[in-house]
Write a protein that binds this ligand. Structure first.
Ligand code: FDA
Length: 316
């Protein structure tokens, strides 16, 4: 319960324009702990730096909830450019995309005269298509609960067109619906990233108690692994990670069927340790000028982070 109140408080304050302006102008020195930089090349350099510790990268151009088809298309163009630049630099073009940032929910007429195509889906098609050409992968991030149905539907379409080795998506354990969503996808053998969930959601759709979210997290991971599917275990929760290690050992699940994923700047020690133990580990590396919403969610996850921000801002 405290977690929810804390999250609501931080996200409520962070959503006010004067607070955003203040944090944007004073807190970059703090934000850069969580964000690799504002430019593409700094993010690619971060992937190379992590590679020295045996950790792989997942590049994420920050941006969400764009409000015009033009901005959505520009954003999609920047993701395509990122994929190309990563491949040129010898880095696997493994990217994450929020469908809202490429126009999900905006309808456009197709070039072949068909009416009413979702712009998010058509832009995602270009991005996943490029991933297939370059030997890359695209994870469709999961946003707030109002987008889950459409994201899963578009994921099914893209998976059918490009295959599970080039596109995956995310399920959030805090949503009551996620276990049913996972089973409903089983026939497609999808690669899924399992997370706890980072948005402020009403109690009618999301579990308010952290213990329930953690228990649901374990259930989701175990059932996806048991079904023989590739599982991206995206958490910094060391007790869950330890339990998963025991689970895979006792169920003879090979290390090639899952990976651990964590966020840039969080528990780098653990990322390095797991990689040294022979597990596949991937860090989610966000970059770009639109870092504020992502940064606010990271602060809302942990009370100690508020002090970290305030101290950083006072230092200038
Ligand atoms: P939990 O919150 O219980 O934290 C466990 C421990 O991790 C803490 O005790 C602390 O040590 C450390 N920790 C966690 N968050 C921290 C922070 N912000 N700062 C410092 N330490 C921290 N969500 C979503 O809704 N949609 C998505 O698509 C994604 N995608 C995604 C990708 C990847 C690779 C990761 C790791 C996470 C996401 N998330 C996400 C975010 C996710 O939903 C969740 O909010 C965070 O991972 C925090 O939850 P934990 O599982 O780490 O556990």
């Amino acid at each position: 319960m405290f977690d929810r109140i804390y999250r609501a408080g931080v996200l409520g304050v962070a959503g006010r324009k004067p607070v955003e302006n203040l944090v944007r102008s004073r807190a970059w020195s703090v934000a850069k702990r969580f964000v690799a930089g504002e430019e593409m090349d700094t993010a690619i350099a971060a992937v190379k730096e992590l590679a020295a510790d045996g950790v792989l990268g997942n590049l994420d151009l920050l941006g969400e909830f764009v409000n015009s088809p033009e901005t959505a298309n520009v954003f999609a163009g920047q993701v395509l450019a990122l994929q190309a630049r990563a491949a040129e630099a010898g880095v696997k073009p493994y990217v994450s995309v929020k469908l809202s940032s490429v126009g999900q929910g905006m309808t456009v007429d197709g070039t072949d005269g068909t009416a009413g195509t979702d712009l998010g889906l058509s832009n995602a098609r270009r991005i996943v298509g490029r991933a297939r050409e370059l030997g890359g992968y695209v994870c469709l991030d999961m946003e707030d609960h109002s987008r889950v149905d459409v994201t899963l539907q578009q994921f099914r379409t893209l998976l059918g067109e490009f295959g599970a080795e080039h596109v995956g998506t995310v399920l959030q354990s805090y949503l009551y619906r996620s276990e049913a969503d996972r089973s409903a996808l089983d026939d497609l053998h999808p690669s899924l990233r399992i997370v706890k969930g980072a948005y402020l959601e009403p109690e009618s759709v999301a579990m308010p108690a952290k213990a329930d979210v953690d228990a649901a997290y374990r259930r989701l991971v175990y059932s996806h692994l048991k079904a023989g599917n590739y599982t991206n275990i995206a958490t910094h929760d060391e007790s869950i990670i330890d339990d998963v290690k025991m689970f895979v050992l006792s169920h003879n699940i090979p290390k090639t069927q899952f990976e651990f994923q964590m966020l840039y700047g969080i528990r780098r020690d653990l990322q390095k340790k797991l990689a040294a133990e022979g597990f596949t580990v991937r860090a989610y590396i966000p970059y770009g000028r639109d870092w504020y919403a992502y940064f606010s969610r990271r602060i809302a996850e942990r009370p100690a982070n508020v002090m970290f921000v305030l101290r950083g801002m006072l230092k200038g």
